[in-house]
Design a protein around this ligand. Structure first.
Ligand code: ACO
Ligand code: OAA
Length: 371
């Protein structure tokens, strides 16, 4: 296949934010394993935006500011009530809602460095509140405001469920957020960079990125993985189900990657977490089904699980509805999107590739009655 289809392997930017070499992923020079084991998601966001980890005082100020901005304008909570709620996918809702939040930001069009950073912070803070409040409004539940003193991960679960999460739940959510925060020039990040390279605003860049993440070949795969597991139903059905998909040349969701050919380094954490959490919930069979799917696809096609494969059962074990999986991915990836947008602004040039014309030539306009 020609490289130009899908821009495979084509380097189009210099970036200091994340790097993929073989199966090694780093954020600003820190290995993903180190950060997944030790870091709070807020620290990772700070790292991606400032190219260094915060000290204690900086982290406190940063977390306080995030908390402050998490409280949405009442009109934003209210606007969800005007959605034809039963039919709106949460990613569609998020795409609209994030765009709507720009209406409440007096600095939306301000292009100073300070204003751009402030907007990044505002977006990062508002996303969990948007996802959680949409989920509650569609279920006819009261919206829950963030609680002071909780981490970003815990506050999201609190706003979603109305209960402070257990340590195990908070740790799992934090880890998933850290693991998905950035990933070089994936499709949604590239989308964000293309958008703001026209000197458009950061809200437009993030709205465009949410749209790109939604697709099942990208972030939308996590929801499809859960649908597949439900469809398979039980361990004894896996082999026949997957063989049929392979025979029909259908893609198996959560498997394969454009860059990683020897395995996605994030998947091993998520696999481990999936095993632990599903067993604790008495749903160990879901993990066993996932593991068997991965074994068959590796044997038959030589393809390995990506970040979306085991994250599905991790989210499911946290009691999260499957159509919220991709919005949660967006909450995490917003940190990378905004980091890349700020990097693009700092050294911008319009992104405008070429296409090779392969269509008809030499046609002449013909009057409509003669066609
Ligand atoms: C956060 C993320 O975005 S991670 C990716 C999430 N997406 C998914 O999980 C969706 C399923 N996976 C896929 O569709 C692909 O592997 C992608 C989109 C991730 C990568 O795609 P590309 O690099 O473009 O690979 P491409 O789609 O060209 O596949 C190459 C070959 O492997 C096959 N293949 C790739 N992924 C899969 C899969 N999941 N199941 C079955 N076959 C697959 C293709 O059918 C193709 O086979 P062929 O050469 O016989 O036609
Ligand atoms: O990099 C990619 O193409 C997809 C991916 O894994 C991500 O966005 O995390």
């Amino acid at each position: 296949m020609s490289q130009k289809k899908g821009l495979e392997g084509i380097v189009v930017a210099d970036s200091r934010i994340s790097s993929i070499i073989g199966s090694q992923l780093t954020y600003c020079g820190y290995e993903i394993d180190d950060l997944a084991e030790n870091a709070l998601f807020e620290e990772v966001v700070y790292l991606l935006w400032n190219d260094r980890l915060p000290n204690q005082q900086e982290l406190k100020e940063f977390s306080d500011k995030l908390f402050e901005l998490m409280n949405l304008d009442e009109r934003i909570y209210d606007h969800f009530k005007n959605y034809p709620i039963e039919s709106v996918h949460p990613m569609t809702a998020l795409r609209t809602a994030l765009s709507f939040t720009a209406h409440f930001d007096a600095n939306a069009e301000n292009t100073s460095d300070a204003a751009q950073k402030e907007k990044a912070l505002r977006i990062q803070a508002q996303l969990p509140a948007l996802v959680a409040s949409f989920a509650r409004v569609r279920n006819n539940q009261e919206v829950i405001k963030p609680k002071k003193g909780l981490s970003y991960a815990a506050n999201f679960l609190y706003m979603l469920n109305g209960e402070t999460p257990t340590d195990v739940q908070e740790e799992a959510m934090n880890k998933v957020l850290v693991l998905q925060a950035d990933h070089e020039l994936n499709a949604s990040t590239f989308t964000a960079r293309v958008c703001v390279a026209t000197e458009s605003d950061i809200y437009s860049g993030i709205t465009a990125a949410i749209g790109a993440l939604k697709g099942p070949l990208h972030g939308g795969a996590n929801e499809q993985v859960m649908n597949m597991l439900k469809e398979v139903g039980s361990l004894d059905q896996v082999d026949a189900y997957i063989q049929k998909k392979i025979d029909n040349k259908e893609k198996i969701m959560g498997i394969g990657h454009r860059v990683y050919k020897e395995g996605d380094p994030r998947a091993k954490y998520l696999k481990h977490m999936s095993k632990k959490l599903t067993e604790e919930n008495g749903e160990g069979e879901l993990f066993e089904i996932s593991k068997r799917i991965a074994e068959i696809v590796e044997k038959e096609k030589g393809l390995l699980p990506n970040v979306d494969f085991y994250s599905a059962t991790v989210y499911h074990s946290l009691g999260i509805s499957s159509d919220l999986f991709t919005p949660i991915f967006a909450m995490s990836r917003a940190s990378g999107w905004t980091a890349h947008i700020l990097e693009q602004y700092a050294d911008n040039r319009l992104i405008r590739p070429r296409a090779e014309y392969v269509g008809a030539t030499g046609r002449k306009y013909e009057a409509i009655e003669n066609r």
